[in-house]
Design a protein around this ligand. Structure first.
Ligand code: GAR
Length: 206
């Protein structure tokens, strides 16, 4: 492995389709990065099996073996430091990161969320969108700060919401776009194509 290769960690909790999109993008040589580790907080996450199939190192960090979230976060930070990770990608990671993680890796953690933030943060974003009756929703890749889905926005894709949509059909339409958006955002961060000014992320190439 070249010394200056850009090292990614992906944090997951479940299905791992966004993880798969990142793996595929690296495989197609669209994204020049090394996926060093995949970490899950749930034992049976399908995402772990996906990663294992490609020989990627996986770790299940079991929340039940730590006294509290602070201790859990310490273990997480140690693991990420051990692999000298350049960028941490949350991909369906359903655990709130504590201050220690966020401060240690300031502006080095990004997340994908299935809505047009700042609308519908938190859980069940697609259900929130349907219930609110919006005509458009989408997905957002953003830097992670100490709030819930509140960090500076890197990229967004808009998706229409149709009158006969339910949570499932809307989630599917959004997810298809997530799989394009996330690798694209990672590439922009990796290639240093963005500048962060307070809340605003500007794209140097635009
Ligand atoms: C994705 O839709 C992602 O945007 C969402 O969980 C799903 C994970 O799917 N994340 C959040 O809601 C975070 N707040 P995946 O495991 O197949 O990538």
């Amino acid at each position: 492995m070249p010394l200056n290769i850009f090292k990614l960690a992906v944090l997951v909790s479940g299905r791992g389709s966004n993880l798969q999109a990142i793996i595929d993008s690296i495989d197609r040589e669209e994204l020049d990065a090394h996926l060093s580790i995949v970490i899950s907080n749930t034992k049976d996450a399908m995402a772990l099996k996906r990663a294992e199939k490609y020989g990627i190192k996986t770790f299940f960090i079991d929340p039940s073996t730590y006294l509290n979230s602070k201790e859990y976060d310490k273990a997480l930070v140690l693991k990420l430091k051990e692999f000298s990770i350049d960028l941490i990608c949350l991909a369906g990671y359903m655990r709130i990161l504590g201050e220690e993680v966020i401060q240690t890796f300031e502006k080095k953690i990004i997340n994908i969320h299935p809505s047009l933030l700042p609308a519908f943060p938190g859980l069940n974003a697609q259900k929130q969108a349907i219930e609110h009756g919006v005509k458009f929703s989408g997905c957002t890749v953003h830097f992670v700060d100490s709030g819930v889905d509140s960090g500076p926005i890197i990229l967004q894709t808009v998706v229409p919401v149709y009158h006969n949509d339910d949570e499932k059909s809307l989630s599917k339409r959004i997810l298809e776009q997530e799989h394009y958006l996330y690798p694209k955002a990672i590439k922009m961060v990796k290639e240093n194509q963005i500048k962060i000014n307070d809340r605003t992320v500007t794209h140097k190439t635009r």
